[in-house]
Design a binder for this molecule. Structure first.
Ligand code: RB5
Length: 144
């Protein structure tokens, strides 16, 4: 499975470290490609639109805190971006929320914790069952 990854300047260094650490995984890097200042919504939307269009099944987005870029990504249809801080939140994001985008804070996490989160997120399946109904209710139409 090819994994899409994107960040703003606040997440750039962690993005590069993740690609290097998981060098045998297949990555599609949607930018940014330097530490020059950019706007996180542009990269959150870029990756989320690609997920919405089913170009990729899952992705990773990173900004300084992970907050802004996850707010942006969650505006796109069928995107469930989860901001994870540790192994537990990464596991629950998959098991209970069927999250398809992992959001990380490049200025919050040490690389070792970030690698652990990535590993767990991508190897954990969705539990289904009662969570299926709840995930269905997350669609933007349910908010009306
Ligand atoms: C950029 O300085 C910073 O605001 C951004 O990376 C992110 O943390 C926003 O939520």
């Amino acid at each position: 499975m090819k994994i899409a990854i994107a960040s703003d300047h606040g997440g750039y260094e962690l993005k590069e470290k993740i690609k290097e650490h998981f060098a045998n995984w297949e990555w599609e890097d949607l930018g940014t490609y330097s530490t020059g200042s950019v706007d996180y919504p542009d990269y959150g939307f870029k990756l989320a639109k690609a997920i919405e269009q089913k170009k990729y099944e899952k992705g990773i987005i990173i900004c300084g805190t992970g907050i802004g870029i996850s707010i942006a990504a969650n505006r796109c249809k069928n995107v469930r971006a989860a901001l994870c801080h540790n192994a537990y939140t990464a596991e629950m994001a998959r098991r209970h929320n069927d999250a398809n985008v992992l959001a990380l804070g490049g200025r919050v996490l040490d690389p070792k914790t970030a690698f652990e989160i990535v590993e767990i997120f991508f190897r954990t399946p969705f539990d289904g069952g009662r969570h299926e109904r709840r995930v269905q209710k997350l669609s933007s139409e349910s908010c009306r």
